[in-house]
Design a protein around this ligand. Sequence first.
Ligand code: GLV
Ligand code: GLV
Length: 355
Amino acid sequence: GKYRVVSTKSMPGTRWIRLLTDQDCRVEVCTEKKTILSVEDILALIGEKCDGVIGQLTEDWGEVLFSALKRAGGTAFSNMAVGYNNVDVDAATKYGVAVGNTPGVLTETTAELAASLSLAAARRIVEADEFMRAGLYDGWLPHLFVGNLLKGQTVGVIGAGRIGSTYARMMIEGFKMNLIYYDLYQATRLENFVTAYGQFLQANGEQPVTWKRAATMEDVLRAADVISLHPILDKTTYHLINKERLSIMKKDAILVNCSRGPVVDEAALVEHLKVNPMFRVGLDVFEDEPYMKPGLAELKNAIVVPHIASASKWTREGMATLAALNVLGKIKGYPVWADPNRVEPFLDENSPPPA
Ligand code: GLV
Ligand code: GLV
């Protein structure tokens, strides 16, 4: 291979490797056993010559790594993730490194996990499972694990981009929930869907569903029964959900976070969960991954899973493929990279590889 491409982790599937090796690239996959690589580990991987790197959201891609990549002759970096809060795009730009991410292929998979957490929290699935395994079930009771009915309640979405809109649609179509959402942009297609679905329900003699675009985030927090967070993480969304905002939510609301941990003030959330036993959360992400804030793991009203929202086989292979295509496209001069620092994939899953 004429080009050296490094992947900091082994990634699912083989298609991504074939794509690169078929196009003059030698692929090196890091074999280091520890889960999170340090900047020093990655510097060693980049070495003297490296044309492109596929990296992970657990890594700190800033000044140090991008300058090293430039010195090694590299021009391309792709995160194997849609989120890129771990990447300093300005630093990449400064060193002439193009940055890619992997949106699209994980939209449904991530929305399905947010829906799963919503349902699991509403029906107290994890608590009930633990109860059963502990041998505590001694017969049906009218009060046993009574949860929330979603039908006719309101789903609140903060950030109605690809994932947020897809999640909203699942909850509306699947459970006939009404929608309230907050986003800087109008989610026209989502609004149109809810309107059409509402008309369909009405024509069938059922209660229609409704939508509302909230003027403020507080409006969503006050009105919704289930709230799912789908913003990007940046300075403007850090601790978006804090003590004050938790306090205006319904006492028996459900909060789901499959975006990034620091969007929620996790210590404030733990305190809120302690004093509001009817308030439930489903969390895929944490402020200091892989750690949880003290107290969270002991709370019955919290469901916690280890950042697995995009973890379906199809999606993970798609993410690896997109990340490989991002790097390959830059190395081979695919035209979309004329604007080299767009954090966007320049090919989708089904596009042919660059010639
Ligand atoms: C995963 O968290 C991603 O951003 O793709
Ligand atoms: C990310 O894919 C988003 O826009 O929700």
